[in-house]
Design a protein around this ligand. Sequence first.
Ligand code: GLN
Length: 608
Amino acid sequence: MSESGNSLLEAIAGGAGQSNTETEFYSPMPEGYRRGQHKYVVVLGTVMSGLGKGIFASSMAKLLKDKGLTVAPIKMEGYLNIDSGTLNPFRHGEVFVLDDGTECDMDLGTYERMLDQNLSARNFVTSGQIFRDILDRERHGGYLGRDVQMIPHVTGEVKRRLRELAMYGDGKRPADVIFVEVGGTVGDYENGFYIEALRQLAFEEGPDSVCFVALTYIIEPPALGEQKSKAAQLGVKRVMEAGIQPDIIACRSENPIQPGVAQKIAMFTNTPLRRVFSMHDRKSIYSIPEAMRQEGLDREILSLLNLHDRVDLAHEDRARERWMNYVRKLTSVKSRHLKIGISGKYASLRDAYASIEKSVEHCGTQLNTEIELCWIDASEITDDNASSKLADLDAVIVPGGFGSRGVEGKISCVRHCRESGVPYLGICLGFQVAVIEFARNVMGLVEANSTEFDPHTADPVICELPGQREIEQMGGTMRLGGQDVLIREGTLMWELFGKKDIARQRFRHRYEVNPSYIERIEAAGLIFSGRHPKQPVMQGLEIPRPGTEEAKVGKGRSHPFFVAGQFHPELTGRPLRPQPLFLGLVDAALQRKYGENSNSREHAKSQS
Ligand code: GLN
């Protein structure tokens, strides 16, 4: 290393987590951090947001993970919210919840699914978190009398977080490669300091350490019938104006990028043609890793980051074979077809239920079934019209939700499923409406409700528990994140979870089954098959299957598949390990429609 490089490093390291008043460098280095150990791939968006930076980053991360490297993704959001908890799914897509209770962007779901790796708060940063930490530190005298500035302090904080993640890695090993996805597009006010921090990071880490990817968009105006690259050129120019030379250009487009267009992009962005990647629309995002591999993009990245000697080829072969097998099944023509209804407030916006869609897709692939999701506008459903409006559905999912809009319609959906034997999966709010419906229509508690929707109901079968605050520290009164659920032996849920007594599931809710109704509900035939391991808190329910011991309790009340969880099973479904409750739902729908025995329970056993 050159002398100037050494003195730069010393000056930086002099900060060691504190401000350094001697120099202009403020780049807090976590203790023990060693340059050159960790590599970074930075994905920046141009032209417009929502193009799939997360899909690019997660696909590339998967390719490298398959090669035996340890990867750690991080999403850096420009907005000032501390997390995604208060964001409207209508505007921003679903709120994804990590095992540690972090409420974050749905891209983290894409990373978890693609990498089959649990993430934590370390993998998600917002401007709000950065500024909050800096302001807290300032109040505690952490800056030794200096004026606190966007550069170097805010940018320093960004670099600190990245390096801390590098050292943490996947929780077991430090990261070989950190994948940094910056929200929004280059040129936005709100993410400018991230981009500057990343430029600095590349300078400080030195050659072969940071690889920049500019994701751009090639438009194809229907009136012209050809691809135009100007918007992409202008977009990438903004990246270069920020002092960053992209190493790879990923071009989103409807159709494969034309050679002439790729050449233009290469020429105007100083990028070799072999590093201009056509990321056109594909049947499934899960086919992108292999497309990248075939174009040699993985080797390009290994070369750019000098990583070839860390690759484990045998590991890659095994992982690739499993994945390709999955993708082949996913994209093959299926012999069976199901329609699954999802009743939701956000019926018009699919991103709000991204994880449910994916969980269903994983099961369809495993069980060789084409599944069409039908969005039900719950506000249009009543007891009178439910059986006709839902007539052609093979199964129904009532997903999570907040607020009273559409709740009565959801209750009618549940009633239809319960009475006509249509497989039902309730998720969080879908669990609560199942309890309300049962109390009203089976137990005769006609006013039964949740205090969320009717604070003065005569029968508050769902309510806030007084002890909730003491039980849960995180998220104020909200129960958030992963928690063990105790599964009752012999139940359908127990079988689905592979006959295991404990299933770890993720939660995001405030209201619970009122403990004073539990006995009466169970006596009437609705079984709480999942519970909190210590508290009288109900977390899973079912109506027993016909002919089982449990079915004798509730005067013989039975149902082929009526299952609900207070948790969110969709958050833990993974392509190669479909979530057991979804698998059970699809299996039950197949049996109802085709009368055949599919082997989903065997699958569940092998997955868990
Ligand atoms: N609104 C309900 C609660 O707070 C359900 C929440 C959810 O479905 N995520 O308990």
